[in-house]
Each structure stands twice: as C-alpha cells, then as structure tokens.
Design a protein around this ligand. Structure first.
Ligand code: FE
Ligand code: ZN
Ligand code: FE
Length: 164
C-alpha cells in the first residue's frame, strides 16, 4: 500500500500488528512445547489465548474503520521468531533453554509494546479515540505478559547448570 498520510500510516501499522499477532499465535505453541518450567508453560499458554484475542481486536478496529487487516507480513516479528527458534535448535540444558525462551518472549513483548504505543498515539492524533482505547488495552496486556515473564525469570528457574 502507498503511504501518504498519517491515516495511511496508521492503517499500515494495524496491518503490521495483525501480522505480528498472527505469526505469534503460530510460534507460541512451539515455545510452550519446548519449555520445561511449568510456570513458564502456563504463562505462555495464557498469553497464547490473549494473543488470539488481540488479533481479533485488530480485526474489529479495522472493521470499524472499513479497512482490511490482511496483506502485509511483519518482518520484525518474523525475525524475532526466527532468532528465538534458532536457539531452540541447540541442545541446551532445560533450565538454560527456558531462560532462552523467556528472553525470546520478552523481546517479542517489547517489540509489540513499542508498536502498540506508537499506533495508539497515532490513533489519538487522528481523533480515532475508540481505536486508541482498544490499542491501549492490548498495550496493557503486553506489559502484563512481560512482567509475568520477568517474575518467572527472577523466581522459578533454578540454574543448576550454572552452579553445578
Ligand atoms: Fe500481542
Ligand atoms: Zn512489523
Ligand atoms: Fe504479546
């Protein structure tokens, strides 16, 4: 699509976010399978269902504006997922692999937080306040997912491999 106005840019951002969420709904099940720590598995599972809701949220924001969310591939999310899955190909001890999964997941959450914060601000500037409110909901959920991962990284994972 040709981008000329802030509104065009905002439309592009919604498509980019839709693609990001769509890719993440496919990547998270693999991360859940690869994780060992139960708390980590359940945090990722929770975020998988939240991610599905977020994808639908972008569809309804787009619908309200008479736009389609499809047709663009978010290369940023593709790269983050690719890096995260590359490290899982290595034969890491379970606790180190869990730490790598947390790191990959937190990169994803921060990328999403940056993108949602920008899109929300652009919606506000365009006077699209309902869209801005909806995007803020997702931004809050991404922040919550990030904090849950930090708690797990700090508390639950016991690095026997590092001390032993
Ligand atoms: Fe998300
Ligand atoms: Zn992107
Ligand atoms: Fe997320």
């Amino acid at each position: 699509m040709k981008i000329e106005t802030l509104k065009d840019l905002f439309h592009h951002e919604l498509k980019d976010l839709w693609s990001a969420e769509d890719q993440l709904t496919k990547a998270l099940p693999k991360m859940i399978d690869a994780a060992t720590d139960k708390e980590l598995q359940s945090a990722l599972s929770d975020h998988l269902s939240v991610t599905r809701k977020q994808k639908k949220r972008i569809e309804s924001i787009s619908d309200d504006l008479g736009w389609g969310p499809r047709g663009h591939r978010c290369k940023g999310m593709a790269g983050l997922i690719e890096e995260g899955s590359d490290i899982l190909d290595d034969e890491l001890p379970a606790d180190v692999r869990d730490a790598a999964i947390i790191g990959a997941a937190q990169r994803v959450e921060h990328y999403e937080m940056a993108a949602y914060g920008t899109a929300r601000t652009h919606a506000e500037k365009l006077g699209l306040y309902d869209a801005a409110d909806e995007l803020q909901k997702t931004l809050d959920e991404e922040g919550e997912a990030d904090r849950a991962l930090t708690r797990i990284a700090e508390r639950s994972i016991n690095f026997e491999a590092m001390t032993g």
